[in-house]
Design a protein around this ligand. Structure first.
Ligand code: DC
Length: 216
């Protein structure tokens, strides 16, 4: 089976998808990490993010790969493990920016579909149910109030010992969601036939359980 989870930043997609995949013995596909890896390279190489042609050229010189090792997903950029390096706010925003380009989406599409070729997949992102896996067996759209999504991100950063400022985090999140929803290619939206879950007042366990209840 292919199960898709789409939704805005901080809705809990990653944690829930990881838990679901573990419980089902499926492969977990975090598609945001692919856009993040490319964005990380764009920042490192000082590629202008608003220059679509320059970002397209960068794609042709880049190799991104995902490896499921010992139950964890690692992201490789040109054969270097960048799993932790791509988790910054700067990379989040850059990923949102370059993911609007048709060339970038095309570059990463096959990679995502290949991951689904063997079946048994939990895929999360923004266009999983609408574009990448339109024939998925089960589609979910995970949402939560922006204040709750910001609080989750805020706590996550503090737990990592990083600096965080609530209001600027919320502003960034709102801006990123707007960018992801309003782009021409594969915008964030509720896919046809998707089941919508509002996780505002729910724990990860509750959301996972709710999803499992829909499955055969
Ligand atoms: O899920 P995330 O926060 O790691 O994703 C980072 C950015 O990547 C997100 O703001 C938009 C982009 N993205 C996308 O356009 N399509 C996806 N399927 C996944 C992520």
């Amino acid at each position: 089976m292919i199960i898709t989870l789409d939704g805005p930043a901080g809705a809990g997609k990653s944690t829930v998808s990881r838990q679901l995949a573990r419980k089902l013995g499926y492969v977990y596909l975090d598609t945001g990490s692919l856009y993040r890896a490319l964005a990380y390279k764009a920042l490192k190489t000082v590629t202008p993010l608003d220059d679509e042609a320059a970002v397209a050229l960068l794609c042709s010189r880049t190799e991104v790969a995902l490896k499921n090792t010992e139950g964890a997903l690692r992201v490789f950029l040109d054969n270097k493990d960048v799993t932790e390096l791509i988790r910054t706010e700067e990379v989040s925003f850059a990923a949102s920016k370059i993911s609007a380009y048709g060339a970038v989406r095309k570059f990463l599409l096959d990679l995502q579909r290949q991951a689904g070729a063997g079946g048994g997949l939990v895929a999360e992102g923004r266009d999983m149910g609408s574009v990448v896996f339109p024939h998925a067996d089960y589609k979910f759209y995970l949402d939560a109030a922006v204040e709750e999504r910001t609080t989750r991100r805020y706590k996550e950063l503090l737990a990592k010992g990083l600096d965080a400022e609530y209001q600027s985090l919320q502003d960034d999140m709102v801006a990123r969601d707007r960018q992801d929803r309003q782009r021409r290619h594969s915008p964030l939206k509720v896919p046809d036939e998707a089941i919508i879950i509002d996780s505002t007042n729910m724990s990860v366990e509750q959301v996972t359980k709710k999803i499992l209840n829909y499955l055969p």
